[in-house]
Design a binder for this molecule. Sequence first.
Ligand code: CO
Length: 460
Amino acid sequence: MARKVQFVETVLRDANQSLIATRLPYDKFEPMLETIDKAGYYAAECWGGATFDVCLRYLNEDPWERLRKIRAKMPNTKLQMLLRGQNVLGYSHYPDDFVRLFVQKAVENGMDVIRIFDALNDVTNMKVAMEATVKAGAIASGTISYTTSPVHTHKKYVEMVKELKEMGASTICIKDMAGIMGPQEAYDMVSAIKDAVDLPIDLHTHSTTGLAFMTYLKAVEAGVDIIDTAISPFSGGTSQPATETLAYALRQLGYEVDLDDACTKKMADYFKTVRDDFVKDGTLMPKSMATDTQCLTYQVPGGMLSNLLSQLKQMNALDRFDEALAETPKVRADMGYPPLVTPTSQMVGVQAVRNVLDGQRYKTVSKEIKAYCRGEYGKTPAPINPEIQKQILGDEKPLTGRYADSLKPVVEDTRKKLGDLAKTDEDVLSYIAFPNLAEKFLEERKAKEENVATYSIVEC
Ligand code: CO
């Protein structure tokens, strides 16, 4: 019998985040939820990552309410979210009580699959979220942040996968956020992991460099169970490759694909008009849809290249681009080869620019790099260059244990502090994650409910 390959649809989260900075409001995708639900996906990725932040910051939506509304319209398909381990949805580590309650409430509000990763692949930063996911009865998808370096061997990745299984992972995801994984590498890595553990494997990549279709085909040959794709109008470029194209190709190669073509056609027709609106208002830029092979030469994610450019431009130093680019892998090596993903990609990029413009390496250091050298982001894949660590920390001693162990519980105090502004635990969680944004949101909601006119503050 033909082997089955399953699909995760990313249009509601990663495709939305990668192409249009997560600006898709609920109302714009609501008419398609029932169709997505009937289409036969393994799961629909629809929450987490930047969606939470953007709902509060730009869309004036309660992210929890969005999740409940999606759940109500999609009773048959697993809902999936992306969670940054101990960072949850933010950029630094949170206390364990927050991580636990967040995961519990995400599941209570309808989440089925929680994809948990850590920017350094330090599994101790994933443990609490993994445990909470299993406890809440959801699927914990233990995730590898894929990168290449002298210390990132298949052996290391396989060790990590075994640890994740022990922590309760019921699927494994290989997350190639930069789209730099080639077809042979996919074949070899999926084979190595398949040999080591008996868990379904999901491969997640981006079309940024143009490798994605080939990479998925070879991963499927090696036995990958699930691939992440985006409905065609929201596919390609910095997003995932197209759902319908892969369904077509895989069926032709003899694999079983459960997707209903009438549903994906309806979705494509609908999302084409949505995409066109975002092209018209300038949110979707042609650059995001293009193939960018520079990432292959420099082994840095596409987003990082554009960050380097805009930083240098701000400092009137665009002519130093080549030097800054050459400095980037050196900083990464000094820092013990972190995978370049939020937040490490920003930290390494900013430092490389500083080193070049200062004319002296590590003369100025951001507070994030300092915290990183103290061990606040976790264990680095290789040791940090000891001389540089000493130069940055002086006499301060780096942490030996898990940073979150030093953080005081935060939920109970926040609940008290917010009083009747927070009606539910979900409100408390939103506030801890994004205090300023959530406070404004909760106050506006309260004012609306009390039928008091709200005055928007105009910033001058
Ligand atoms: Co992604």
